[in-house]
Design a protein around this ligand. Structure first.
Ligand code: PBG
Length: 325
């Protein structure tokens, strides 16, 4: 058998499992993952979310039990989403010290003080119209919404949030929230900005998960998915406004954006693998078309490879429970 002379033989470093591990460039672990949780007030039972197989709404009265279970499984961080039964025109329950946002945070931090709790800071689950802020002539009023975001952020910080995670996509939300937190003495409360948030159809299943009543869309405040330069600009602006960490959302369809932001800032960068990305993998796996675990690991690995330091993912708990890492 004669061999050719080839200057490069990349198969050498792929020849065994040990060799492949030694030269693996990217890896995902539990320390990188943030688990989003849905908490419903005023109900006794868990609620299955049909659009997101494997994810349930947690009744508020079971939250202490669940957060303990989540922490025991090895999850280090969660982000809270409330399902409100007290929606109104402005989402005022979010800045009520006894409202759902504050209660969720207190329950989580009082039960497991060491878990990092991020508070999704928005209004769409708490407004009767489902928009992410105050409506004025059918348009979300940016600066009126900023005032309410600041009130919510201070209440969330007082309730124990480690991170305020503004996702309303209002201009100036990071600088305004930073000032409000500092003025109230919460200089140690961090801001995880949903800095590059697209007006994406991949959020579809989340609407069922949270029961938002939105008619129409969010295109006047979230970014046009076709705009890459603008998407980079959004994150760079939030960096100058004082964000502690940036985020790209959704993740999988926007890996180019993730990489470009990674190359243009030194801030920590997160990516949110959203409900639609989760659902596509789940339903394809249920249909027997793909291998769920391997596709999940490949999708998370790709998001890290593109530049994310941490990933928000609905798969996190299942991976932790299966002791995959
Ligand atoms: C807004 C918010 C949304 C998601 C996270 N925060 C919905 C939206 O912007 O329409 C979507 C998350 C997902 O789809 O998994 N509070």
């Amino acid at each position: 058998m004669s061999n050719f002379y080839l200057a490069q033989r990349l198969r050498r470093l792929r020849s065994s499992s040990a060799m492949r591990s030694l030269f693996q460039e990217t890896s995902v672990g539990l320390n990188d993952l943030v688990l989003p949780i849905f908490v419903e007030e005023g109900v006794d039972d868990y609620k299955v979310i049909k659009a997101m197989p494997g994810v349930m709404r947690i009744p508020e009265k079971r939250l202490a039990y669940e957060i303990e279970r989540i922490a025991k499984a090895g999850i280090r961080s969660v982000i809270t989403f409330g399902i409100s039964h007290h929606a109104d025109a402005t989402g005022s329950d979010t800045w009520n010290e006894e409202g759902l946002v504050a209660r969720m945070l207190r329950i989580c931090k009082n039960t497991v003080p060491e878990i990092i709790v991020m508070s999704d800071t928005c209004f769409c689950e708490y407004t009767s119209h489902g928009h992410c802020g105050v409506l004025c002539d059918h348009v979300v009023d940016n600066d009126a919404t900023l005032i309410n975001l600041c009130k919510q952020a201070v209440v969330a910080a007082a309730a124990g949030a480690d991170f305020i995670a503004p996702s309303a996509a209002m201009d100036g939300q990071v600088v305004m929230i930073r000032k409000a937190l500092d003025a109230a003495g919460f200089i140690q409360t961090s801001i995880m900005s949903y800095s590059t948030k697209f007006a994406s159809s991949f959020y579809g299943p989340f609407r069922e998960a949270t029961g938002t009543s939105l008619k129409g869309d969010r295109k006047t405040y979230q970014i046009n998915p076709m705009n890459r330069r603008e998407a980079i600009r959004e994150s760079l602006i939030d960096a100058t406004e004082g964000a502690d960490a940036l985020m790209v959302k959704p993740a999988g369809p926007y890996l180019d954006v993730l990489r470009e932001i990674r190359d243009n800032t030194k801030l920590p960068l997160a990516a949110y693998q959203v409900s639609g990305e989760y659902a596509m993998i789940k339903f394809a796996a249920q249909a027997g078309i793909i291998d769920e675990l391997n596709v999940v690991l490949e999708s998370l690995g790709s998001i890290k490879r593109a530049g994310a330091d941490l990933i928000f993912s609905y798969f996190a708990l299942n991976l932790a429970e299966q002791k995959v890492f």
